[in-house]
Design a protein around this ligand. Sequence first.
Ligand code: NAG
Ligand code: NAG
Ligand code: NAG
Ligand code: NAG
Ligand code: NAG
Ligand code: NAG
Ligand code: NAG
Length: 401
Amino acid sequence: MRNKGEKNDLESRLPVSVTRDSTVSLLKVLTTLIVFVVGVVIGLTSSSHIDRYFTFQAEQIIANNALADTVSRANNNNNGSCSVCEKEDCLSMESFVRLKILIHGMSDDELFWRASLEPYKKEFPFKRVPKVAFMFLTRGQLPLIPLWERFFERQDVNKYSIYVHALPGYVLSISNTSVFYKRQIPSQHVEWGSVTLVDAERRLLANALLDFSNERFVLLSESCIPVYNFPTVYKYLIGSIHSFVESYDDPSRYGRGRYNRRMKPDIKLSDWRKGSQWFEMNRTLAVKVVSDTKYYDIFRRLCTPACYPDEHYIPTFIRLFYGPLNANRTVTYVDWSLGGPHPATFSAVNITEGFLKSIRNNGTACSYNSEKTHICHLFARKFEPSALEPLLNLSSNVLEF
Ligand SMILES: *[C@@H]1O[C@H](CO)[C@@H](O)[C@H](O)[C@H]1NC(C)=O
Ligand SMILES: *[C@@H]1O[C@H](CO)[C@@H](O)[C@H](O)[C@H]1NC(C)=O
Ligand SMILES: *[C@@H]1O[C@H](CO)[C@@H](O)[C@H](O)[C@H]1NC(C)=O
Ligand SMILES: *[C@@H]1O[C@H](CO)[C@@H](O)[C@H](O)[C@H]1NC(C)=O
Ligand SMILES: *[C@@H]1O[C@H](CO)[C@@H](O)[C@H](O)[C@H]1NC(C)=O
Ligand SMILES: *[C@@H]1O[C@H](CO)[C@@H](O)[C@H](O)[C@H]1NC(C)=O
Ligand SMILES: *[C@@H]1O[C@H](CO)[C@@H](O)[C@H](O)[C@H]1NC(C)=O
């Protein structure tokens, strides 16, 4: 207020003083002017301006420290992403939407929480091409990689992403031109048959959920092969109104026999389901699976051998809450016809044109989006490494890739 008053004063005086033809009064005016200007400057400086300047500086220092802190913490925890953050703006849309590096230092709790975040706003501020996430759960090397590489060859990289959960410390040896290069996620020890197998599945889902473009999530193993080409698989999965999680009621001791009555009242025997571990699901279901704590805990505590969480947890959880979203069948072919605890394994001698054709279409019709189709399976297992050569031989003729 004071400054403003002085300024008005000055403005009203100036014209008067200039018209006077006297050196004395001119000098007086000049002196007054200088005093006023100095006054104004001091007034301005001592009030808001200095405060604002210092506040601004302080904020900058705090912000810089926070950034330095974040980067140095990232440096300590996160091998890989740290050096990128020093050079790039890690909050940019580009790095948020298109993660370049899959390695991170998050614990499962942190990862699952982040993966459970869903945008409330439905329109994307970028061109979102829905992707299929191919998630490989493997112990060691992926011997059938050459077939998969042929499957992905010349396909639109905006339509798929690959994730590999291998044993901790295991580094896939692949050339830097492979689509599998640097696609390993931070992994943990997995014991087949135990809940750690479910943990690994959820870890794959959660890592894949961090990419907002991933729309369909398919779990695969090192012995799986694709039996249709990429465009067919993509269209089939992206176009499906259902997820493909096998979920059925098995009255035998291998199904209902594994139910634990202490799971009541949360899980009733009539809700108890069994299904192949090798699922395919859409984003909605994937978020639900990584967000669940209650039912996961029940399975962790009460589903122990001869109950296998990987065959019951997801089929039962989906049956409980999201049954209508599920096709209840799997898109991954497997042959149980020989009986016993393990499905048939196919080696080089078993790979014939007729065999592959029968997996693609054996005359059975399956329902797809409430219609009938002869394409029931997109993938198949279990194939030994020796099957690779004959598969590559037949892929262009029979598998059409
Ligand atoms: C980061 O990498 C260094 C050497 O490459 C290694 O010694 C260290 O244990 C790693 N830290 C973490 C958290 O993985
Ligand atoms: C891939 O590796 C080769 C040799 O191992 C190297 O010459 C080439 O620069 C690498 N390419 C990329 C993109 O890293
Ligand atoms: C997943 O599938 C369900 C059932 O078809 C559908 O309602 C939901 O919108 C789908 N989720 C996404 C993210 O598309
Ligand atoms: C799958 O089973 C659920 C019941 O768990 C049912 O509601 C749903 O309609 C079934 N899906 C199809 C495609 O029949
Ligand atoms: C594979 O072929 C061998 C030799 O013909 C046969 O003995 C075996 O049963 C076949 N395996 C399967 C799973 O069909
Ligand atoms: C075709 O495959 C389905 C599912 O695997 C199986 O139930 C059916 O018996 C097969 N049909 C023939 C004719 O082999
Ligand atoms: C691949 O196909 C060629 C020609 O059709 C045949 O001579 C060769 O034996 C096949 N190799 C294998 C491993 O099946």
